[in-house]
Design a protein around this ligand. Structure first.
Ligand code: CP3
Length: 335
């Protein structure tokens, strides 16, 4: 059993730096693409044998030190009664978004039966994997942004307007999501997930003041509730340089950062927690010498085999060549 990922999460010294990549399952991988030619994303996610196969592909092909459950952040809203369509080239689409304060009550309590198939996927994975399995959920802000906007956004105007115009309804929405997230992650941990990551992919659009007022208490509640499970808890967001002091000030083991902040600065602001990141995903498309010198720079800044997990600063791009990624994994392992 290779558990250097879990050791690094807990801040222990490891023999070599653990590596995994956000969005490593799927996208760029040939086995996933073959399966997607036959099945929709939701069909794959809901078929435990196939989903487990997708989660396992990067372990052999890339040589990474952790697997991530093949699922999507929108499974939680689905398990809370929201209808979500997955549209190729766009992402999640909600035809009846929560675009008015009164609609918050449309969100039902988390119903584990609606995502029961994940338990089976997790069990299959645990019986086959020789690396730890990471479970995950979207964070309340990032989920709320899809629920309110109805689809991907790069400005999140409706979300931020909702937040300031209807602070009480916003609180209700964030609380309902947080309760659901806790139950959802507890379910994954009971089934066998050995670490959990909260993806707050879009929260970096907020000011530090907004983050503290509208988001932090909810995220804090989630991490506090999960402490008793004993599994490492990872908190990830992008564009978080402006809010990093608050973002990192939650009760968790690992903070994931993107490439817009240097690892040395992040380390300074994060303090004693472990750090995960932060290669620019586009760097995987750069010539090897450029990629290598960027990685050397990152490792120089970290300068430790304690409390560091090598990862990207955001998800792996579909265009990457897995031979390059494998070479990178071997290179980081050799350092
Ligand atoms: O990338 C992130 O910011 C991570 C958080 C996140 C996930 N899904 C996790 C995930 C976000 C923001 C989503 C929403 C989502 N769902 C999008 C992005 C839309 C946008 O606003 O930009 C998309 C395209 C989907 C649909 C989806 N989810 C597809 C097509 C797939 C299959 C593989 C792929 O990446 O193309 C997923 C799987 C998925 N979503 C995983 C995770 C952690 C599974 C594990 C993995 O890919 O490694």
């Amino acid at each position: 059993m290779n558990d250097i990922f879990l050791s690094a999460c807990r801040g222990e010294r490891v023999s070599r730096i653990p590596v995994w990549f956000m969005r490593q399952a799927g996208r760029s991988l040939p086995g996933y693409r073959k399966l997607r030619a036959k099945h929709s994303l939701l069909k794959l996610v809901q078929s435990p044998e196939l989903a487990a196969q997708v989660s396992m592909e990067p372990i052999e092909l890339l040589g990474v030190d952790a697997a991530i459950l093949f699922a999507d952040i929108m499974l939680l809203p689905i398990a809370m009664g929201i209808e979500v369509r997955m549209v190729d080239g766009i992402g999640p689409v909600i035809d009846a978004p929560i675009d008015r304060a009164e609609k918050v009550s449309q969100l039902e309590p988390f119903d584990a039966e609606r995502v029961e198939y994940l338990n089976e996927t997790i069990r299959i994975l645990r019986s086959k994997l020789s690396v730890p399995l990471i479970g995950f959920s979207g964070a309340p802000f990032t989920l709320a942004s899809y629920l309110i906007e109805g689809k991907s956004s790069r400005s999140w105007i409706k979300t931020r307007r909702f937040m300031t115009e209807h602070p009480e309804s916003w609180k209700k929405l964030m609380s309902a999501l947080s309760v659901g997230i806790i139950k959802y992650l507890e379910m994954q941990i009971s089934a066998g997930a050995q670490a959990v990551q909260l993806f707050d992919s879009w929260v970096g659009c907020l000011s530090p003041e907004e983050y503290r007022t509208y988001v932090l208490p909810h995220v804090q509640r989630i991490f506090t509730a999960l402490k008793k499970t004993g599994v490492p808890r990872l908190h990830f967001g992008t564009h978080t340089a402006g809010i990093l002091d608050d973002f990192a000030n939650v009760d968790c083991e690992v903070i994931g950062v993107d490439w817009r902040v240097s690892l040395s600065e992040a380390k300074r602001r994060i303090g004693r927690k472990s750090i995960q990141g932060n290669l620019d995903p586009a760097m995987l498309l750069a010539p090897w010498t450029t990629l290598k010198s960027t990685v050397d720079g990152m490792l120089d800044e970290v300068n430790s085999k304690k409390g560091y997990i090598f990862n990207l600063g955001h998800g792996m791009l579909p265009e990457v060549d897995h031979a390059v990624v494998r070479r990178l994994v071997e290179y980081v392992h050799s350092k």
